[in-house]
Design a protein around this ligand. Structure first.
Ligand code: KIV
Length: 255
């Protein structure tokens, strides 16, 4: 699974062969310039999800599955509002599922309700970017007690009806235990190799973001290469001789 945030990034990850494309709320940072994922709105998630879906060029049956993130506070303010938010994304784009974070009892109720409504849900445990102010960006579930809690929460996500779950920045041994406990696919990021699948933030992978999480190393220096190409074009333009100026027309002869 790879993330995409617009038509161009979608066309790249489709051509690269991603099975699933996540319109992650990380687009708040990657594309909208925020310092956390919290400010992105439902309207912005919809706009970006629509752009991602328009970016594919394969016939619909051969396009990657699109999952889109429910943004912060779109699913924590009551069941009806959560259904309306997820419904907006699913009705007005070609996304086939939504992702949301956590497994608190209120979140489990939302998942059950969405699934009953016919909206597939992907869960997300471990590092929860929407809870950055309480959890930070550090590795989660480092002690036996929090590991047992995470295992329990993962089982609850599955029982609530999630079709898959993301497990972010937890010890790899714990990820393996979660995978063995669950029948649904566990998709890891910074959670080691013992997962059913992996997800990466495409901008990090391409080395486009100014700084990236330690568990998501870049595969190329996308920023360096892009800046070099842009700078060389700018330099070329500045070295062009100025266009010839047209001489002023001779004055009209007087009779
Ligand atoms: O928003 C996002 O990009 C994500 C991934 C880190 C899984 O949730």
């Amino acid at each position: 699974m790879l993330t995409a945030w617009d038509a161009l990034s979608a066309s790249l990850v489709e051509e690269a062969g991603a099975d699933v494309v996540l319109v992650g709320d990380s687009l708040a940072m990657v594309s909208l310039g925020h310092s956390t994922t919290l400010p992105v709105t439902l309207e912005q998630m919809l706009l970006h999800t629509q752009a991602v879906c328009r970016g594919f060029s394969n016939p619909p049956a051969e396009q990657p599955l699109v999952v889109t993130d429910l943004p912060f506070l779109s699913y924590q303010c009551g069941l009806d509002r959560a259904v309306a938010a997820a419904g907006t994304l699913i009705k007005q784009s070609a996304a086939a599922g939504v992702k949301l974070e956590g497994a608190e009892p209120e979140v489990l109720s939302v998942i059950e309700r969405l699934v009953r409504t016919g909206i597939p849900v992907m869960g997300h445990l471990g590092l929860l970017p929407q809870a950055v102010h309480s959890l930070g960006y550090r590795r989660q579930a480092n002690d036996p007690r929090s590991q047992e809690r995470l295992l329990q929460q993962a089982a609850e996500l599955e029982s609530a009806g999630c079709f898959a779950m993301v497990l972010e920045h937890v010890p790899s041994e714990l990820a393996g235990r979660v995978r063995q406990h669950l029948a649904i696919p566990v998709i890891g990021i910074g959670a080691g190799n013992d997962c059913d699948g992996q997800v990466s933030v495409t901008a990090d992978l391409l080395g486009l973001t100014p700084s990236q999480p330690p568990f998501s190393p870049a595969r190329m220096d996308g920023r360096g290469l892009s800046v070099k190409a842009l700078r060389s074009w700018l330099d070329d333009q500045r070295q062009q001789p100025p266009p010839p100026t047209t001489p002023p027309a001779p004055p009209e002869p007087h009779c």
